[in-house]
Design a protein around this ligand. Structure first.
Ligand SMILES: NC(=O)c1ccc[n+]([C@@H]2O[C@H](COP(=O)([O-])OP(=O)(O)OC[C@H]3O[C@@H](n4cnc5c(N)ncnc54)[C@H](O)[C@@H]3O)[C@@H](O)[C@H]2O)c1
Length: 374
């Protein structure tokens, strides 16, 4: 879309009759050196009136057309855009992924395996967390799901084991998958969850922090308590679990790998929905990963960040089904032309937790279909 706009503006510059005159006047064969001076003088004389300066009018305020009165509108937030998130009790459950976890005999590097590891995933009862958790189990890891919604975490843990058994009927030993309660923004709750996980698994080697949420309010009207909650879950929650697991790894003198789920919103500003605090929180998560990677490098604890783009979870599916215009706007901004699926994160998270990425720490892996490139 932006490319189309730019080329349209450029085209009108070079096809507008007065633009051609201006170009001809500015480029006499014998006086190339003075061109910029001539140009500056002309524009100053026109008092910055776009209608008198074809270049200014083409790049500053294009003629109204299909794209509306002002081209810049597509790159702005719009406070009238409101996304309604369902109450927690009506949040749709994420279906367990089918057909990705069976044994196979394709040659692949053994270093991608997570066998003999215990991985913990916060926010693992739903959405991206659940699907990444399933990817870790398929790659050989035991798993502790930690979530505010313990009932759903337990239900999904059960489904995950059933699916694994269906896809691996000859395996005698099933993975150990457990479910635990935590409010990631509360230090006491985090400590209690860590103790419970250690009681069940004896060790934690890997951590994925996926608990998080977004909300859309224009900044000047963002309710302060909601903003604190948002930062509490997205930033404090990530910090509390990362430090808790790092402390455990240091006590064990064991290596470990941590993946923080940030977002492309930590690097760009989404449009049209306004969400300044979420964007800032995800930028904090990305830099927290880099900072802790340096601090813990001497302990053999790696910390990386995954920044997903727009992903089709059960929740975003529901929201976009109800807002087809928003869906069209989002997909029009993604170079690959489609939203990602949670399954697109299975390989990325497995890679960063496994020995295949042993020399990678403090990195931000963008899984966004190229969104942040344009
Ligand atoms: N879905 C996307 O398009 C997308 C894109 C970029 C980044 N992300 C990020 O990915 C992560 C997962 O998002 P999702 O789309 O899967 O969301 P989701 O709502 O589907 O799942 C989030 C899970 O976190 C849990 N949770 C929320 N608050 C919690 C708390 N205080 N303590 C413990 N658990 C809590 C929820 O119960 C839920 O199970 C978030 O950090 C989100 O910001 C999502």
């Amino acid at each position: 879309m932006f490319h189309r706009m730019i080329s349209r503006a450029t085209l009108s510059t070079f096809t507008h009759p007065s633009a051609l005159t201006a170009t001809a006047r500015l480029a006499p064969r014998s006086s190339n050196f003075f061109r910029p001076l001539t140009c500056t003088a002309n524009r100053a004389n026109q008092n910055d009136d776009p209608s008198k300066d074809p270049i200014l009018s083409a790049t500053n305020k294009a003629p109204s057309g299909a794209s509306g009165e002002h081209e810049g509108q597509f790159a702005r937030t719009d406070e009238s855009v409101q996304i309604e998130y369902p109450p927690d009790s009506e949040m749709p459950a994420q279906p367990v992924v089918q057909g990705r976890g069976g044994m196979h005999f394709k040659r692949t590097l053994a270093s991608f395996s997570l066998e003999n590891r215990v991985s913990m995933v916060t926010g693992g009862a739903r959405g991206l967390g659940l699907v990444m958790a399933q990817g870790l189990v398929a790659s050989g890891s035991d798993l502790a799901i930690v979530d505010l919604n313990k009932a759903e975490a337990e239900e999904q843990a059960q489904k995950l084991i059933e699916q694994f058994h269906k896809e691996n009927p000859s395996l005698e030993q099933l993975p150990n998958v457990t479910a635990h309660y935590a409010d990631v923004s509360n230090p006491d709750s985090v400590n209690a969850a860590l103790a419970e996980v250690l009681a069940k698994h004896n060790q934690i080697d890997n951590l994925v922090t996926s608990a998080g949420f977004t909300e859309n309010f224009e900044a000047i009207n963002y309710p302060f308590d909601r903003m604190q909650k948002l930062w509490g879950v997205n930033v404090d929650g990530t910090y509390l679990f990362a430090t808790g697991v790092a402390k455990h790894l240091m006590e064990r003198n064991a290596p470990g790998s941590i993946v923080m789920i940030g977002s492309m919103s930590g690097s760009i500003v989404n449009v049209p929905q306004p969400q300044a605090p979420y964007n800032a929180a995800k930028a904090a998560v990305r830099h927290l990963a880099a900072s802790l990677a340096v601090e813990w490098a001497g302990h053999d604890i790696r910390v990386n960040c995954i920044s997903p783009g727009y992903m089709l979870t059960a929740l975003t599916r529901k929201i976009l089904d109800e807002n087809p215009q928003l869906r069209d706007k989002w997909t029009s901004l993604i170079p690959v032309g489609k939203m990602g699926t949670p399954e697109d994160l299975m390989g990325a998270v497995t890679f960063l937790l496994s020995d295949a990425s042993k020399y990678i720490t403090g990195a931000d892996l963008r899984v966004d279909g190229g969104y942040t490139l344009t």
